[in-house]
Write a protein of this length. Structure first.
Length: 288
């Protein structure tokens, strides 16, 4: 059977168009202009690109966006002060602090300071706890985007064996909780897992979030599996991007796969827009 390439660009465009439509409706019916505040501290070049893309997406869907580009020397107290101000500002619905932060600032302290009602990244312990016990709250954007990729590609999740490689707080752990919510049977693997290829070969849906280029080869893949590749690894010599999956090697063995780039990557920003719209709806009490 032919392998299906899951098109993250097309699916993210569809999500953003839906957000755009609802954003316009929220403004027309309730006079609420959804607004995302983005904070960047320091001059990490990759972070600057991500922040620029987030601002562009805000423009596309019709959000107001507030941008704070703070110098590397910004103190933790100054950053916390800005977050307090944005938490208290009724015109702001989402607050995003781009990670990583400079070494003298403690990321956990910063994340904990963001109001859970405006935590569109889904990183606050309250958001993670809500996800864990199935209460409403914001879900980390990359795993939320993967659920959309699967659903909108017609991949059935309920009852399937799902193996997740990687247990980070941003991807692996929330991914496991979301797949569980969708009634998959979930296994989370990591660097200490014994015979990783054999565990991965159990998967109907294999999600690779390791951060090691081309690690997943056909030896890890069951015939007909769906493969989701979260990796973004830049080859320092060619500058080319590679996923955690050896795409050419596994292609004929799987039934569907996400490419890198153009798979999971574009979904993250689309889901950020979706979370921020949701924040604006909840905070304003609008019934759309
Ligand atoms: N740095 C890398 N990915 C992310 C993300 O999803 N959110 C934030 N805030 N920072 C990041």
């Amino acid at each position: 059977m032919e392998t299906k390439i899951i098109d993250g660009k097309a699916i993210s465009a569809a999500v953003k168009d839906e957000v755009k439509e609802k954003t316009a409706l929220l403004f027309e019916k309730f006079g609420v202009k959804a607004c995302l505040a983005v904070i960047l501290v320091g001059s990490d070049p990759a972070s600057a690109v991500y922040v620029r893309n987030k601002k562009r997406a805000c423009e596309y869907v019709g959000f107001e966006s507030l941008s704070y580009e703070l110098p590397e020397e910004t103190t933790q107290d100054e950053l916390l002060g800005l977050i307090d101000k944005l938490n208290a500002d009724d015109k702001v619905h989402g607050i995003l602090v781009q990670m990583p932060l400079p070494k003298h600032i403690d990321e956990k302290t910063v994340i904990d300071r963001i109001s859970p009602a405006k935590d569109v990244d889904g990183f606050h312990p309250m958001s993670v706890g809500a996800l864990c016990i199935g209460e409403p709250g914001f879900v980390s954007c990359t795993p939320a985007g993967i659920i959309q990729l699967l659903k909108r590609s017609g991949v059935e999740i309920a009852g399937k064996e799902c193996v997740i490689v990687g247990r980070s707080n941003i991807v692996g752990k929330p991914m496991a909780l979301l797949m569980l919510r969708e009634n998959a049977t979930v296994t989370v693997t990591h660097s200490r897992t014994k015979d990783l290829p054999a565990v991965c070969r159990r998967a109907d849906i294999l999600i690779a979030a390791i951060g090691k280029a081309k690690m997943i080869t056909e030896d890890y893949v069951k015939e007909g599996a769906v493969i989701i590749d979260v990796g973004i690894n830049r080859d320092p010599e060619s500058g080319k991007l590679f996923g955690d999956v050896d795409y050419e090697n596994v292609f004929d063995k799987c039934s569907a796969i996400t490419p890198v780039p153009g798979g999971v990557g574009p979904m993250t920003i689309a889901m950020l827009m979706n979370n921020c719209l949701e924040a604006a709806i909840r905070l304003s009490g609008a019934k759309l």
